[in-house]
Every structure is written in structure tokens, then in C-alpha cells.
Ligand binder design. Sequence first.
Ligand SMILES: Cc1cc2nc3c(=O)[nH]c(=O)nc-3n(C[C@H](O)[C@H](O)[C@H](O)COP(=O)(O)O)c2cc1C
Length: 407
Amino acid sequence: MRQEILRVEATRNRRRFLKFLFSSPLLLGVSHQNNWAQQADAPGQADLRHAINVFDLEAVAQAKIAPHHWAYLASGGDDEKTLRANADDFDLYQIRPKRFVDIRQMDLSCELFGQRYPSPLFLSPVGSQKAFHPEAEVATAKAAAQRGHQMVLSSVSSFSVSEVAASYGRAPWFQLYPTDVWSVTEGIIRRAEDAGCPALVLTLDNGASSNRERLIRERLNSKVPCNACHTPGPQGYLSTRGTYRGLDLSSITTHLGVYTWELIDRIRNLTKMKMVAKGIMTAGDAALSVERGFDAVWVSNHGGRQLNSLFAPIEALPEVVQAVNGRCPILLDGGVRRGTDIFKALALGASAVCIGRPYIWGLGGFGQAGVAKALELLDAELLTDMKLAGTPTIAAITSSFVQRRQR
Ligand SMILES: Cc1cc2nc3c(=O)[nH]c(=O)nc-3n(C[C@H](O)[C@H](O)[C@H](O)COP(=O)(O)O)c2cc1C
């Protein structure tokens, strides 16, 4: 009997090993990042517990999300040079470790706008999350709450700000796209304020539609026309977005209005929420944001989805930090995929570091549990990296821990 058990176990081990071997990047000549999904019999059935990095979640999400929605998530501007640079350019910086540091007690907590967080990792606003999972922002909110991460809700979210606040246990930060009709813009700001949102994020880099060729191509090839599910025009689009429900949308011509200083001042006079300028990429705009009363600056190029050939946020960070000169907190997103990326952004002066696609990969693959897993994986990597670099606290991660790659 025991012999038989050992034989079965040996066969099983051999099969596992062969599966590993044949799916090895060494044999297949493919990137290490796809390894996990290829090992699973079908990526859609992969076991969440075996995900070891966020790229594992990406592979499953791609298998589960409808191709046209995947194209919406994955696409960048034009030929996606900026999208690639966002992630790749973290490699322009290298970590300089410090020895003789006591790393037995570690603390990843940080403070922003008077609130203490267990981790400096925040969730960037991502619109239309029902395209990726039916529980959409509700699942995201529950996962973020479960782990204490700050969630920033898109104004074009599938669920309303009050529905998301109920799932989050408190109000998230609210990101705002202004329409071209003030009463609608005012209406959604009031809804965010009434829900208790402490901060309003003005996205400044999306005042015009960009050329997302991957998405355009997928639309042309898709057997499912977008109009089969989406009513065309801004009214049709916004009427399905929770926060706009019940507002008079009849006279708007765009849901992506342009931010003028007149509009920004009008918003400033309307709300007591902290105001965050998202999409800042240069020292000049950073300085202007602080001088004109923004409470924080968010270095971002919209995940490489807007202007192509724009440099990566990690490259913009040093000049923004210098221009802000400690006058307000600085957030950063774009291409953050590893604990080391978070570490480098913190070292270069970010107060919090945000992710967009990686948590959506978790959502698309596994719902709430997947979002929680993405956050857990990145926190775990950051913790390890902090130990190895010799920085027991977030405050200890300073510019002396990075150097620009020589070459
Ligand atoms: C599918 C998708 C939808 C997005 N929707 C919004 C949005 O509604 N508002 C906004 O300010 N930014 C939006 N963004 C940009 C993100 O907030 C963030 O800047 C970007 O995703 C960060 O880059 P990363 O995806 O490489 O982490 C979106 C990004 C993606 C991928």
C-alpha cells in the first residue's frame, strides 16, 4: 500500500516537474512574467494562492476579460512608447543599500493629509470597472479597506460614490472629470462632498481624447460592436455611471471638459475638500499648482494613455520635488509594478505611490480577492526591499538610497 502511495506521488512529482520544465522561460524563450499562467492548465483556472507577482495576475486577467475591454485597459497612446517607458524607466535608477542598520522592527506606515496609512501604496482612479468584473469598484473598495489602502474613485466609475463609500467603510478620495456644463460638474462635486470624500483629484491630462491604436484596432476587429452595450454620446455614457445618476445631462457635449483657472477657482470656492492636481509632469506646472492653492501634486501621465513620447513619471519626479520644495505632498503613478519601483519613487521624494492596471489585473482575474492579492504582493515586496536596503521605516527611504544608472 505504502509502495503504491510512493509510486503515485513520484509520478505526480515527475509530471509537476515536466510541466514546470516545459513551461520554463528557458525552454520557451518567453518572458518570465508569463510563466505562471502557462503552468496552469488554463490561466482562467489558476489558483490565486500561487500568484507570486502582479504579472501573474495580469496573465489571468487577460484570459478572463473580454478582448475589447482588455484593449481598453492595456492600451496606451499611439504606439505605446510612453506606456513602456513608464515601467522601463524605473531601471534608470538603482538602489544603494545601507548596512549596519537594525531591520528587526519594520514599519511601512506613512501619513498624508493627517491620516495614517499602513502602506504608502494607493489605488489610482480607474473608470468603468464593470468592464473588468461585475462587482467593479465595490470589490476594489472592499479589498482596499481590508488592507487599509487609500482608494481614489474615478468620477466615471460604474458604482456611485455613496455606494463605494458604503463598501469602503469611509469615503474614498474622488477624482473629477468636469463636463462642459457647470451644473453637472457642481452636482458631482456636491455628491462627493456629501458622501464625505476628504480629497478631490482634478485630472488635468485628459482634456482631449488620445489616439489609442490598440483599442481602435480591437474595436475594428471585434465581432461585438461597442454600441451593442454602450449608448453612444456623452449622455449615454454618463447616464450609466453611478455618480451622474439623476443629474440633468441633456446639454453636455463632452464628459471630458477642459480645466481653465477660472473653473479651478470656481471648484476651489465650492468645496472644502483637499484639492489634488493629477497629471503634473514638469517643475513649472508643479510650482504653479502649489502657488494656486492645490493641496497636493500627483505626478502622472495617465498611465501612458494620453500624450505619447512623454517621459515617464519617475523621470519627472526629481524636478517636481525640487519645485514643490516640501510645500505639499507629492503622489506618483505610472508603471509601478514592483516593490523596488515603490521604493525608488519614495526615495526620490514621493509621499505616496499609486497603481492603476496592477490592481485591475487582480480585479479582472479574481474580483475582490485579486485586488487584495495585488496589494499584498506589492506590500510584501516593498517590505523585503526595505529590509534588504536597510530602511526600517518609510521616512528612512531618502534620496541617498538611489543613484542614477551610469551608462
Ligand atoms: C483602464 C483605465 C482607466 C483609467 N481611468 C481613469 C480615470 O477615470 N480617471 C483618472 O484620473 N485616471 C484614470 N486612469 C489613469 C490612472 O489613474 C493612472 O494614472 C494610471 O493607470 C497609472 O498607471 P499604471 O496603470 O501603469 O499603474 C485610468 C487608467 C486605466 C488603465
